[in-house]
Every structure is written in structure tokens, then in C-alpha cells.
Design a protein around this ligand. Structure first.
Ligand code: G3I
Length: 343
């Protein structure tokens, strides 16, 4: 960065009251709190972070030296490399190369893997269906006087099995054929507070899948929050107890907290710290909640970039130069069972 640009950035940080990271605060693998060890000491399976090996993060020495430490992260989720567009780039053509790389990286660094994900209902299934429908209608055009759109959706006994249930059934069958023990999760966002979406997930997805067979093991609460809008511990406890009542395991799968404007102000950083604290606090208090995962741990590689999100960003526990935010202190404190000194 040029001197002029550096000074401009510093001026913005000062004007917005943002704490200026100093080199001495830079987190390395030796100073970064041992989040995984702390979580495991309290009976959890892991504390982890996603990694997107298609990004430059893997070439970032400081970042990788933190990621590689199993005392810090005992689990990972591929941010992108196991998605349909990577594993089946063309219909029927499979390519597991990048996903295999993530598995290898996890194995080398002693991490469990949450594989993510098989079907992205909204984008993948609906996208594929939309393309198919549009292409075929366009191709045959007015040669068709009428056309059947959906065929035989209801079973002979009047019951209805939706595509999500089929996805779980096929997944369970494939797992059983391997004689493996792979936990099958439904993963979604905005299911951390009681409301319409939680009710719909419970009534339209979980209950449907459960009544069709023993196909589902748990629910993934993505947990993408912001510095001004995040769940209270009470709200989290309420929804987690609903999930637990249905026998579901719970994972916090994609925890990040975006600051609505960037650079994140001092008060933004306080809200962010509180949001991280709340989510982890609720998981630590809930026996069925067994693991927590950051959706990356450095602002540079997180999906919420100010340029594409109306100025929102800075959503992780480390600034781009790997210096720690109050949120990292909050995470360490909650894992230690302490109150939050930075919230
Ligand atoms: O790799 C290409 C690169 O070659 C190309 O130049 C560039 C130009 O746009 O795109 C790159 O691919 C991007 C990819 O991330 C890797 O960075 C895609 O455009 C972009 O759409 C993709 O975004 C990912 C998004 O899911 C969509 O798959 C984010 O990184 C990823 O963090 C995000 O993760 C999702 C979870 O899977 C599900 N829950 C929500 C979460 C956030 O949206």
C-alpha cells in the first residue's frame, strides 16, 4: 500500500473511531487463543473454521499458520469446493479434485470435516429446474396447445413427498451402503430466533423428513448476523430447545457477524463481539449443540465484502492484516465460561 493510501486509511479509521491495529497485536499461531482446545475441554466436539481453498487464503502464511493449528481449529468446512458447481460442473461429469484437497488439508492438520453441501435447494435445484423448464417451453413454443407442468407429485395414498425428503432419503441410503456413520444435517440461515422461518423449517422440513424415515440427524444454524441485528441468548435457547425436542443435533455452522458499515466503528465492534458471544454462549449451554464453526476467520477471505454488500463487511474475528478484534476476545472469554469484557 502506498504511503498516501495508508494515511488515508488511517484517517478513516480515526474519523470512525475504529481501533487501529498495531503490529504487536498481530495474531499468529502462537498467540491466537486455542479455541478448539477450550471448546473440547467443555465437552464439545470442536471449534472450527471454514476455508475456501479457491481463494488466496491458502497462500497467506500468517493465515495458514493459524488455520493449521488443531489447538485453534479442530474442524473445517469447505467454503465452496464441495458445492455442486465444483463437484459436478456439467451434468453427469464429476470432479472431486478441489474437495479432495480440502479433505487432505483437514487430515494433515487434524481436523474433522463438515462436508458442505449436497443440494442447494434454492440455487441448484430451482436453478436447474428453471433452466430445464424455460429451455423446453421455449424450444417447443406454440407447437404445444397445452403442457403438463408437474406430473404425479402425490402418492396413491394422498401423501406427498417433497424433494427435500428425497434428498435426505438418498443421502441416508448412500451412507448405509457405505456402512458409515455420517451425520446428516439440514443447514439454513435466519433460524436463530423464534419466528415464521423457524416454524416453517420445523413443520415443513424437519417433521416431513422425520415422518418419512430415520433420515436426519441434525440442524445446522448458519448464524450469519450483524453488529446491530443478532439473537439474544434467550432467543437462541428457545430455538435450540425446539430443535433438541425433535431429537436433532445442533451445529453452529457458518458464524460471522458483519458490520453494517465499514470500517467497523468502535460501537460496531462491540455489537459484533456481543453477537459472537451470544451464539457461542447458547451453544455451550446446550448439550445437543456439539460444534461451532466460523465462516472464515479473517475479513479478507469472508464472503461479505463491502464492495458487493453496500459497505457492510469486516465480519470475522480478525482484520485483514490478521490483527485481533474485540470479537476474538469475546469468543475466548465465552469458551472459558467468563463474562464478556469487550461487549
Ligand atoms: O472462483 C471464482 C473465480 O474464478 C471468479 O473470478 C470469481 C468472479 O466472481 O468468482 C469465483 O467464484 C466465487 C466463489 O464464491 C469463490 O470465491 C463465486 O462467484 C461466488 O458466488 C462464491 O460465493 C460463495 C457463495 O456461498 C455462493 O456459493 C461464497 O464464497 C461462500 O462463502 C458462500 O457460502 C454460503 C454457504 O455455502 C451457505 N450459506 C450462506 C453462505 C454465504 O452466502
Amino acid at each position: 500500500m502506498s504511503l498516501r493510501k495508508t494515511l488515508a486509511v488511517l484517517a478513516t479509521l480515526i474519523a470512525t473511531g475504529t481501533a487501529i491495529p498495531t503490529p504487536s497485536q498481530t495474531e499468529t499461531s502462537s498467540s491466537f487463543p486455542h479455541l478448539n482446545e477450550l471448546a473440547q475441554a467443555k465437552g464439545k466436539l470442536w471449534f472450527g473454521s471454514s476455508i475456501d481453498t479457491t481463494s488466496d487464503s491458502v497462500k497467506d502464511d500468517t493465515y495458514i499458520s493459524i488455520f493449521n493449528q488443531s489447538a485453534i481449529f479442530g474442524q473445517t468446512t469447505p467454503g465452496n469446493t464441495m458445492k455442486w458447481d465444483y463437484t459436478e460442473p456439467q451434468n453427469g461429469v464429476f470432479d472431486f479434485t478441489l474437495g479432495d484437497e480440502t479433505i487432505a488439508l483437514a487430515k494433515q492438520t487434524g481436523k474433522k470435516v463438515r462436508c458442505h453441501h449436497l443440494v442447494w435447494t434454492k440455487e441448484t435445484l430451482l436453478g436447474a429446474m428453471k433452466t430445464h423448464i424455460t429451455k423446453e417451453i421455449t424450444h417447443y413454443g406454440s407447437n404445444c396447445y397445452s403442457r403438463d407442468v408437474v406430473n404425479e407429485a402425490i402418492n396413491y395414498d394422498g401423501s406427498y413427498t417433497d424433494n427435500i425428503t428425497y434428498a435426505f432419503q438418498y443421502a441416508r441410503e448412500a451412507v448405509q451402503a457405505l456402512n458409515a456413520d455420517i451425520k446428516l444435517f439440514y443447514n439454513d440461515y435466519q433460524i436463530s430466533q423464534p419466528g415464521t422461518k423457524v416454524t416453517s423449517v420445523l413443520n415443513n422440513i424437519i417433521t416431513n423428513v422425520q415422518s418419512a424415515g430415520d433420515y436426519i440427524d441434525g440442524i445446522g444454524m448458519e448464524s450469519h448476523h450483524s453488529d446491530t441485528f443478532y439473537p439474544t441468548v434467550k432467543e437462541l435457547n428457545t430455538v435450540m430447545s425446539e430443535y433438541a425436542k425433535l431429537g436433532l443435533g445442533i451445529h453452529i455452522t457458518e458464524l460471522d457477524v458483519a458490520c453494517e458499515s465499514t470500517p467497523c466503528s468502535t460501537s460496531g465492534q462491540t455489537g459484533q463481539a456481543q453477537a459472537f458471544y451470544n451464539v457461542i454462549h447458547a451453544c455451550m449451554e446446550t448439550a445437543k449443540c456439539t460444534g461451532m464453526t466460523f465462516w472464515d476467520f479473517n475479513d479478507k477471505y469472508n464472503w461479505i465484502q463491502p464492495s458487493t454488500n453496500d459497505g457492510a463487511g469486516d465480519a470475522t474475528v480478525l482484520w485483514e492484516n490478521c490483527t485481533a478484534k474485540p470479537a476474538l476476545t469475546a469468543v475466548e472469554e465465552v469458551l472459558r465460561g467468563e463474562s464478556c469484557s469487550v461487549c
